[in-house]
Design a protein around this ligand. Structure first.
Ligand SMILES: [Zn+2]
Length: 64
């Protein structure tokens, strides 16, 4: 019984992680690694990596 419950919870979590729907546009959000280059005051570049959830609301802003 315990094993079945664990499996059900894991499956539920997996499906939640895969498809988070945006309440605004109804598109499933896709986690995308977004890299920004930031120029410091010394003239060198740093890269800032972040994971962004992209849906139709922000895809143009992020991918432009
Ligand atoms: Zn959206």
């Amino acid at each position: 019984m315990a094993k079945q419950t664990d499996f059900a919870e894991k499956a539920k979590k997996a499906s939640q992680e895969k498809g988070v729907k945006c309440p605004k546009c109804g598109t499933v959000k896709v986690p995308t690694l977004f890299v920004q280059s930031i120029r410091s005051a010394h003239g060198s570049y740093r890269f800032n990596q972040s994971s962004v959830q992209i849906c139709k609301c922000n895809e143009k802003q992020v991918l432009a």
